[in-house]
Design a protein around this ligand. Structure first.
Ligand code: S3P
Length: 173
């Protein structure tokens, strides 16, 4: 069994947290979510950090969390925030320490999954338009950051986890 981390990336609503938890259960590894680690370090929600300190500071905090989790000697399943790999240093660290799997879904599906985007500061105004714009903007970055991609549309969590774990095992072999 590989000692590399399994890292999940993709847009908001891609299923990184739910699929990550299922993959962690199957692989018998701890699960971590970079948003949770940032918010517990800050003692503030994601919206709170964006409102108080701005997105730039949030990305710096993400970078510190990513460095920490990548250094874990215990192999982990790591769900990243949607924008984590926009930071070149985080991207390099995650690719070096893990197998990075990009969870994809059409923007209509993402929009349905995120609902009104209440807890996501970037989606506050118009989730559908923003997700479509972010998809176009971020696609090249997700492509460059990932070792494999998985199309999640029409699949339930168990089916996505099946594909992710098999891609992970193939890439980590
Ligand atoms: C963000 C995604 C969010 C969270 C923050 C910014 C982004 O995480 O990190 O709201 O830039 O795409 P999820 O993808 O887990 O919702």
């Amino acid at each position: 069994m590989s000692t590399r981390h399994l890292v999940l990336i993709g847009l908001m609503g891609a299923g990184k947290t739910t699929v990550g938890l299922e993959c962690a259960r199957r692989l018998g590894r701890p699960f971590v979510d970079t948003d949770d680690l940032v918010t517990s370090a800050a003692g503030l929600s994601v919206e709170g950090i964006f409102a108080r300190d701005g997105e730039r500071r949030f990305r710096e905090m993400e970078r510190a969390v990513v460095a920490d989790v990548c250094a874990s000697p215990e192999p982990l399943v790591i769900a990243c925030g949607g924008g984590t790999v926009l930071d070149p240093e985080s991207r390099r660290a995650l690719r070096a320490a893990g197998v990075v799997v990009w969870l994809r879904a059409p923007s209509a599906t993402l929009v349905r999954r995120v609902g009104n985007g209440a807890t996501r500061p970037l989606l506050r105004d118009d989730p559908a338009r923003t997700l479509t714009r972010l998809e176009r903007l971020r696609e090249p970055t997700y492509e460059a950051a990932s070792h494999a991609s998985v199309d999640t549309d029409g699949l339930d969590v168990a089916a996505v986890a099946d594909v992710v774990v098999s891609r992970f095992e193939a890439a980590a072999a």
